[in-house]
Design a protein around this ligand. Structure first.
Ligand code: SIN
Length: 319
């Protein structure tokens, strides 16, 4: 079997498959299907400073090859997370990527300030700054739509976590130039990037002739967005290879259902892959995708996962 280890900055993980934020709560539900410590990392549901009930229902709508959600960052808030959820994940031996968000850049900092004092902090292998949730009433709060806002949030998060803790900025593809946003995030001290968050969409109920979601808009996820995720990973890692961006690890996410899907993101340049929406109809999907990705890498005759990262760029350049 190939060596599946991967690196997120200075942190090494035993394998490159993670959950995607928001699709497996904080681990207890998924742990009924497989040990969460089997994964390279467990990415938490985005945690904010205060408890939130989220947007009004209905807030899920199925689409062809995907779904829209307009959850609105529902959650118990950072206090409960630090006291209950993170210590539980640490007890299970999980490596934890904590997804954080705030209504303002400063609120991101407040969340991180509390996070680092949790007894579960030693299990944290990185912080993912969710600057791209589409489910906010004011599009101005989708920080990742604007390089200056992205830079401000990442600088605050970077400044509040201990040196050496990887910080990943989660980006949206709903921008004209994702490379410009990536540049702002890396320039502000992000260790790496997570791409992509959901795409903003609307579904109209053709019986009632009104939007299916109470919040009107929602984030599109599922197989429909895999090519968009591969494109974003490709564009940003191509810019890194061309010397237009500093080299940095990328976590690919969006529409992964199988090991072959994960392999697309890896060959396009991702050093790790998150599995999200697939978990809703197959809770074992992250563990299965890991096994399938290992099989794919063996099938291609590679000894090391790391040798496959970005290989499609090399093969594109080859005659
Ligand atoms: C949500 O809670 O609205 C989803 C989170 C996200 O898309 O970032």
């Amino acid at each position: 079997m190939a060596d599946m280890t991967t690196a997120l900055g200075a942190t090494r993980l035993p394998n490159p498959v993670m959950t995607a934020s928001g699709c497996a709560a904080n681990g207890k539900e998924l742990h009924r299907f497989f040990p969460v410590s089997d994964l390279g990392a467990f990415t938490t549901k985005t945690v904010m400073r205060d408890p939130r009930s989220g947007r009004p229902t209905p807030r899920m709508a199925e689409t062809d090859s995907g779904m829209l959600n307009s959850i609105g960052l529902q959650g118990p808030g950072i206090e409960t997370f630090c006291v209950d959820d993170l210590p539980w994940l640490a007890t299970q031996g999980a490596r934890v990527l904590v997804s954080v968000a705030g209504g303002t850049a400063e609120e991101f900092g407040e969340v991180v300030d509390r996070l680092v004092t949790s007894p579960g902090w030693p299990a944290v292998v990185g912080v993912e700054a969710n600057i791209s949730c589409p489910n906010v009433a004011n599009r101005g709060l989708v920080f990742a739509c604007d390089p200056v806002s992205s830079e401000r949030v990442v600088r605050i998060v970077r400044g509040r976590v201990p040196a050496g803790t990887p910080v990943f900025a989660k980006l949206t593809p709903d921008v004209t130039d994702v490379v410009a946003i990536a540049s702002a995030a890396l320039g502000a001290g992000a260790t790496g990037l997570t791409m992509i968050n959901t795409l903003l969409g609307v579904v109209v109920d053709t019986d009632r002739l009104r939007p299916r979601l109470a919040g009107v808009t929602g984030g599109l996820s599922g197989p429909a967005i895999l090519p968009v995720a591969v494109r974003a990973v490709w564009q940003v890692t191509a810019a890194m290879r061309a010397g237009l961006l500093p080299r940095a690890p990328v976590i690919g996410v969006g529409g992964v259902r199988t090991g072959a899907d994960a392999l697309q993101l890896v060959a396009a340049g991702a050093s790790a892959v998150q599995v999200g929406t697939a978990t809703f109809n197959d809770p074992s999907a992250p563990r299965r995708v890991l096994a399938e990705l290992e099989a794919e890498i063996d099938r291609h005759g590679f000894d090391r996962f790391a040798d496959v990262v970005g290989i499609a760029h090399e093969r594109t350049a080859a005659p």
